[in-house]
Design a protein around this ligand. Sequence first.
Ligand code: NAP
Length: 313
Amino acid sequence: MDEFDIVVIGAGVAGLSAAATAARRGARVAVVEKLGAGGQIMTVERIENFPGAVEPVAGFELGPAMQEQAEQAGAEFLLDAVEEVLLDGPARVLRCSQGEITARALIVAAGSSRRALGVPGEERLEGRGVSHCASCDGPLHRGKTVAVIGGGDSAFDEALILATHAGQVLLIHRGESFRAAKPTVEKVSALENVRICLNSTVEEIIGDNVVQGLLVRDRITGASRRESVDGVFVYVGLEPNTDFLKGKLDLAEDGRVLTDRFMQTSLPGVFAAGDIRHASVALLAEAAGDGATAAIAALNYLSEGFEKARAVE
Ligand code: NAP
């Protein structure tokens, strides 16, 4: 059993920022991550709103760079999956598939996963035309027709990428106004090879071995029609990765972790950072800030005790 001052769950922007901040101040820090550095941004080709990114930066470059920075500061990375957290005793114990890790403080930065549409054909055709990564799978659909589902920033950002590969992009949205940033909506709407279908829901993804089409219902007329597409990119929101925290920490109704402004959760010595946190605006700048705040709060907790850290508030 290895023992650390602080253990961070998740190597997305929030977790990596927390690890670098705490390690630079001399704490012995471990980051446990089941996939690779970067989290959600690993599939993002162009990040334009990270502070200092005058030129768009690729998520698959930013993630590893942040990991390198945290490692240079002394943080240790463990490629492992957290199966259970034990938070009752004085130590925070993580049961992982390869063993146990203990620490005196825990920062949960496990992020979110893409929400599924929940229609017939989606699960069966995942990886066979159903995708959540425009940069990875867009080039496979060169000159063909693909659909993007959703009306948020992810759908519009990824539609911009797909429009550079596909012959035509259908953007299918259930409502008639978008959550995505207005300038991006205008940019996408102006593209000749993008067709936007409003008030439309996808009822089925059709195909035997690969995606061949969609059954789309017009919510105003009630009529259903078939659209021929070779790929479907689903961006209908995010679900927090908090299943392993249920019953252990106070969660909000949306499943996200409740924290105060120091990222302190309902349990002393346990902090949450990034879009797993309730009321997060899910921007990368915020994730980095959350991570740094959680790290400082965890260090205060370790050096001064929980009561004193709270007293600052
Ligand atoms: P989101 O903002 O939650 O948008 C999800 C979209 O999917 C909404 O348009 C929603 O429709 C639709 N939707 C939800 N469930 C659906 C269903 N079952 N069937 C059909 N449509 C459904 O998700 P996101 O775009 O992934 O963004 C998540 C967060 O990350 C946001 O806070 C966003 O601002 C942030 N983000 C920022 C950037 C950036 O700054 N460039 C990029 C990506 C993400 P309704 O509108 O009708 O509810």
